[in-house]
Ligand binder design. Structure first.
Ligand code: B12
Length: 261
């Protein structure tokens, strides 16, 4: 089905999802359709799976969700393998440092605190992700940027207009602006993140600030595409962000170099 004998798949760098055994291509999917629970709904769900290029689609669960909506869980088989060698990956180009090394990098290479301003902007009311990175208590046993003597953190909280974030960044001469976007309905995160870059460019300080976006749907590649310097997605630890900022801001150390540490 794949056109390749199974034993060659791995050694040649081709992979398929693993279900019950190597290279069976079995995947589980779940989705909701605006249809009533019943035989027609099940067939519609199988058709959705065929459209996803899944062979032998099976509906293994269909649960009514209020009137006229059904939630489906299905199984199917993928037959086209992924060729690992052909993949292009946007890989962050900085090292993850231990906390002491982060402090040392800032002290020795920059010689002053890194000033960071962060906010969840626009209508976004989610603060947990931003706080996880910035606040002392941090996330998953890893202290946030406030715990480092090398960072001065201004956490503006949520639902902050982009204009207010830009103003505060100018007031405190921020080295880095950190923006959190959790809600992505209607791609609001894309327009909001783009608007922030435009405002910073209009104020003329884009080249003097490290611009970072974070959130569950943010990838490093997306952030770069939107004009940011870096992006951090799900599972990010404060130490990842601290490592990046220590190295990146130190690299640009000519900025505001008269500020005392
Ligand atoms: C808690 C929560 C809320 C709380 C928020 C409370 C608060 N103070 O934050 C309340 C109840 C207010 C809320 C409201 C809403 N919510 Co809500 N909420 C959640 C929930 C359950 C958890 C989010 C969370 O705290 N995650 C834990 C943190 C640690 O993870 P994280 O945000 O991904 O952050 C990590 C990374 O992404 C990254 N990161 C995040 N930000 C940043 C920033 C920087 C600079 C960096 C470097 C990294 C970084 O680092 C973090 C640590 O690893 C999620 C569902 C879920 N299970 O995820 C829904 C969810 C995010 N909410 C959702 C929605 C739709 C809403 C509402 C619109 C619901 C409504 N109809 O009213 C409102 C929106 C209100 C608004 N105006 O924004 C949707 C979003 C869907 C989408 N993609 O758009 C979700 C996914 C639920 C769902 N499945 O539908 N919500």
């Amino acid at each position: 089905m794949t056109g390749l004998p199974k034993e060659h798949m791995e050694q040649d760098g081709f992979v398929l999802p693993y279900g019950d055994h190597q290279n069976d291509g079995l995947v589980q999917v779940s989705f909701t359709l605006p249809v009533k629970d019943g035989p027609l709904g099940d067939e519609a769900a199988r058709q959705v799976m065929r459209s996803m290029a899944l062979k032998e689609p099976q509906v293994v669960e269909s649960t009514p969700l209020g009137e006229g909506y059904t939630f489906f869980v299905g199984y199917g088989k993928l037959t086209r393998p992924v060729e690992l060698a052909k993949l292009k990956v946007a890989r962050p180009l900085w090292d993850k440092l231990e906390p002491q090394a982060i402090e040392r990098t800032i002290r020795e290479r920059l010689g002053r605190e890194i000033v960071v301003v962060g906010a969840a902007t626009g209508s976004d009311a989610h603060t947990v992700g931003l706080d996880a990175i910035l606040n002392y208590k941090g996330f998953a046993g890893d202290h946030g940027l406030e715990a480092y003597s090398g960072f001065k953190v201004v956490n503006m909280g949520s639902q902050v207009p982009n204009e207010a974030l830009v103003q505060r960044a100018l007031e405190v001469k921020a080295d880095a602006v950190l923006v959190s976007q959790v809600v992505t309905q209607g791609n609001v995160h894309l327009s909001n993140l783009t608007n922030l870059v435009e405002l910073i460019e209009a104020e003329g300080f884009r080249d003097r600030v490290v611009l970072v976006a974070g959130g569950p749907r943010i990838t490093h590649a997306l952030a770069i595409e939107l004009g940011y310097d870096a992006g951090f997605g799900p599972g990010t630890k404060p130490q990842d962000v601290a490592s990046y900022l220590a190295q990146e801001v130190s690299k640009r150390k000519s900025l505001y170099s008269n500020r005392a540490f």
